[in-house]
Design a protein around this ligand. Structure first.
Ligand code: IPM
Ligand code: MG
Length: 355
């Protein structure tokens, strides 16, 4: 197969980690007889420097014209003082909205090799951590009106029934493919948007009689994730709650550097990115963990290109890398072999094989 991938390296550690994911994709292409063509697109701080805009139309078009987008990370202190609507992150939000990818899937799964890297007690980790956060990605407070006037700042949080219904369906469908447990997370004791969220989730439940639906307030959920994470199978939630809970969920699995994500909308053209940021403090030092990006590339193969054997091969190679005792700095522990970003990508590429 021939697939055209738009590649956004972005800022900070973005270029390093994406470089390693591309090595992996190229090797998959060789092994399985696919051709991956890459179109480089600029977004974030580097686009601000080059065009004065974090995502010019020309760059967005490269993405919407592609079969899928692979993204590193954007942002950094250098652009902290640019106005809110021109920040590097705004490029990312415009990309997500421009591609219409309303459904963001963030797995929180502990690798057995990394159980000692979790900050949780052994007795909790032993019960297993394997759940998915389905985050609504192009609505809510991120996309409501933002303004600051006369010393008063306003951010509008708005959701329509239709926006809730389409992400709710993804939540139920994701649960159907797993252990059929869906937890809808909101703040219905305070927010109107959350009361609507809850109502719409329950109105969908009849269509999925096999799924056990529960409700949880977001503050309680934050607590339950560290207290008893094995209770969760699929969590579905709105944009900002999903942002916060997914950072928390990633940390209990050992490192945010390990977690990939997929974002999809009505078509197969998806956006694939690690959930961590651009980490400017470690950029260019060859110490970043590229595994979140490499696993995001695997998700691209699985969800957008229907290449599940190829995706399995990547996940297996990552597992082998960990089995062999290699660790990047963020997941390093006693007795293991520390490797840099490049070496990590090379080793994983080397472990790839066709079953
Ligand atoms: C994420 C990030 C982004 C978000 C930022 C960079 C805008 O934190 O993907 O989780 O808040 O969605
Ligand atoms: Mg985040």
């Amino acid at each position: 197969m021939v697939k055209n991938i738009a590649v956004i390296r972005g800022d900070g550690i973005g270029p390093e980690i994406v470089g390693e994911a591309i090595k992996v994709l190229d090797r998959i292409g060789e092994l399985y007889g696919h051709t991956f063509n890459y179109t480089e697109a600029d977004m974030g701080g580097c686009a601000i420097d080059k065009y004065g805009d974090p995502l010019p139309e020309s760059e967005l078009k490269k993405c919407t014209d592609s079969d899928s987008v692979l993204l590193g990370a954007v942002g950094g202190d250098k652009w902290n003082d640019v106005p809110g609507n021109m920040r590097p992150e705004k490029g990312l939000l415009r990309l997500r909205a421009g591609m219409g990818v309303y459904s963001n899937n963030r797995p929180a799964k502990i690798w057995k090799q990394l159980s000692e890297a979790s900050p949780l007690k052994k007795s909790i980790v032993e019960n297993g951590i394997d759940f998915i956060i389905v985050r609504e990605l192009i609505g809510g407070i991120y996309f409501g009106e933002h303004k600051t006037e006369n010393g008063v700042a306003t951010d509008v949080l708005k959701y329509s029934e239709e926006e809730i219904r389409r992400i709710g369906r993804i939540g139920f469908e994701t649960a159907m493919k797993r252990n059929k447990k869906l937890c809808s997370v909101e703040k219905s004791n305070v927010l109107d948007s959350s009361r609507l969220w809850k109502k719409v989730m329950h109105s969908l439940a009849d269509e999925y009689p096999e799924v056990e639906l529960s409700d949880m307030l977001v503050d309680n959920c934050a607590m339950q994730i560290v207290k008893n994470p094995s209770q969760f199978d699929v969590i579905v939630t709105e944009n900002m709650f999903g942002d916060i809970l997914s950072d928390e969920a990633s940390m209990i699995t050992g490192s945010i550097g390990m977690i990939p994500s997929s974002s999809l909308g009505a078509t197969k053209c998806g956006l694939y990115e690690p959930i961590h940021g651009s980490a400017p403090d470690i950029a260019g030092k060859d110490i970043a963990n590229p595994i979140g990006t490499i696993l995001s590339a695997a998700m691209m193969l699985r969800f957008s290109f229907d290449m599940s054997d190829e995706a399995d091969a990547i996940e297996k190679a990552v597992s082998e890398f960990l089995d062999e005792g290699y660790r990047t700095a963020d997941i390093m522990s006693k007795g293991k072999t520390l490797v840099g970003c490049k070496k990590c990508g090379e080793l994983i590429t080397g472990y790839l094989s066709k079953e």
